[in-house]
Design a protein around this ligand. Structure first.
Ligand SMILES: [Zn+2]
Length: 278
């Protein structure tokens, strides 16, 4: 599932490509993706402009000029693909296309989803606020306000939670998922199964630094393409070669030479090194 770095990449690229553009039409190929009847969806969006594109946790928020918003969750395999009017695209290849937005200049934005779990919700400002309140996301790990002190205090309130699932809990921290939680634990030499309350001050500091550094680097490398993830231009992210533990079961630990193990923790495949993570 796309995590913070992947969703942030898409946000930045969408800002670059669609901000200020006027939508002249929308095609709804998969009505299940949206939250209202297709006719209503098309009518409200038609002739609006893209005011802004934001991200909160793994949610993309496309703000329209008419005080409506598109709240988009990519879930497992959602993709936004931008095509300029002169690029050729094969309509046969749009089997997984759910929505097509056409802009005034003829460019198109495709929303594709192989697994069909993603959603695009058309919400007015008030309803968006309500959705965000319900989701109750934790702090953004790359935000300036997310200091070591804040992290320490949050962990202090969750002493009995295991650290890796806790990092992935969206109400605890926003945007971190299976890949970056495992990588952060490895970087900080902490076993994913440790209780938050068992971490020393030094370990918490290390984990905080690792988490931020990994997420920042992953954003600059446009994320990890482990499943269907591609950016707005259809390109894969470049973080996979930097993965130290995720997906490396049975391979040699790059730090200590032990064999990387995989366990199931809270229902999720969890990679760690039994040699150097404590
Ligand atoms: Zn190791």
């Amino acid at each position: 599932m796309p995590e913070l770095p992947e969703v942030e990449t898409i946000k930045r690229e969408l800002l670059q490509k669609i901000k200020g553009k006027k939508i002249v039409s929308v095609e709804v190929l998969a009505p299940k993706t949206i939250n209202c009847p297709a006719d209503k969806f098309k009518k409200i969006i038609k002739n609006s402009r893209i005011k802004d594109v934001q991200r909160r946790a793994k949610l993309l928020i496309i703000k329209l000029s008419n005080n409506y918003n598109l709240a988009v969750h990519l879930k497992l395999t959602g993709q936004f693909i931008y095509k300029t009017q002169d690029t050729k695209y094969d309509i046969q290849n749009t089997k997984y296309t759910c929505l097509i937005f056409t802009f005034q200049n003829g460019d198109k934005l495709f929303f594709n989803d192989l697994r069909k779990f993603a959603f695009v919700k058309l919400l007015n400002d008030k309803k968006l606020e309500k959705l965000l309140a319900e989701k109750d996301f934790g702090p953004e790990p790359l935000d300036k306000t997310f200091t070591l002190k804040v992290f320490q205090n949050l962990l202090f309130q969750k002493k009995k939670a295991k650290i890796k699932p806790l990092l992935m809990n969206q109400n605890f921290l926003a945007g971190v998922g299976n890949i970056y939680a495992a990588e952060s634990c490895f970087c900080a030499k902490i076993l994913p199964t440790r209780f938050a309350g068992s971490l020393t001050k030094e370990e918490i500091k290390k984990l905080y630094q690792c988490l931020r550094k990994i997420l920042k680097t992953a954003v600059t490398r446009k994320g990890s393409s482990v499943n269907q993830y591609v950016d707005v231009f259809g390109k894969k992210g470049n973080y996979v070669p930097l993965l130290k533990v995720y997906g490396r079961e049975g391979k040699i630990c790059l730090r200590c030479g032990s064999k990387i193990k995989k366990i199931i923790l809270n229902g999720r495949g969890t990679y760690f090194c039994p040699g150097c993570q404590r």
